[in-house]
Design a binder for this molecule. Structure first.
Ligand code: ZN
Ligand code: ZN
Length: 137
């Protein structure tokens, strides 16, 4: 499954002029297989032979190219996920864990905002804060 996702990403990366190196593939594979919105440190723990600075630089590049979402929420450490549109995040205020959820009805907020302000709306973000099931006990 990770292999398939990588295979789909490679043509996109090439089109954006990114050089495909084994290191970059490895970083992307790690992010996909870690699933739970890893931080740069989490990725470094899996790939200790790649320096944290290199991991960080590549992640920033992936964010700029729109391949990764950066989630600067919770405990002040940015976390990352493969780009996915139209979903929201619930964040644990104690441990910083982030979980995805969907709520398609919220699209209406954009129409309301547009109507009330006459802005041309591009997108919206929503973060919900609370305590995860482990931290609330
Ligand atoms: Zn928690
Ligand atoms: Zn997400």
């Amino acid at each position: 499954m990770v292999e398939n996702q990588i295979k789909e990403l490679i043509p996109y990366l090439k089109k954006r002029g990114l050089r495909i190196t084994p290191q970059r593939i490895l970083i992307l594979k790690t992010i996909i297989s870690l699933k739970n919105h890893p931080s740069a440190e989490d990725i470094h723990r899996e790939l200790p032979y790649i320096s944290l600075a290199t991991i960080y630089n590549n992640i920033k590049l992936f964010v700029k190219l729109g391949i990764l979402n950066e989630l600067p929420y919770g405990n002040g450490i940015s976390k990352f996920e493969l780009f996915k549109s139209n979903h929201y995040h619930v964040i644990c205020e104690s441990c910083g864990k982030i979980v995805d959820f969907n709520y398609p009805n919220l699209k209406e907020v954009e129409q309301v905002a547009s109507k009330l302000t006459n802005y041309h709306i591009h997108n919206h973000k929503l973060q919900i804060y609370g305590l995860c099931s482990e931290c609330k006990d």
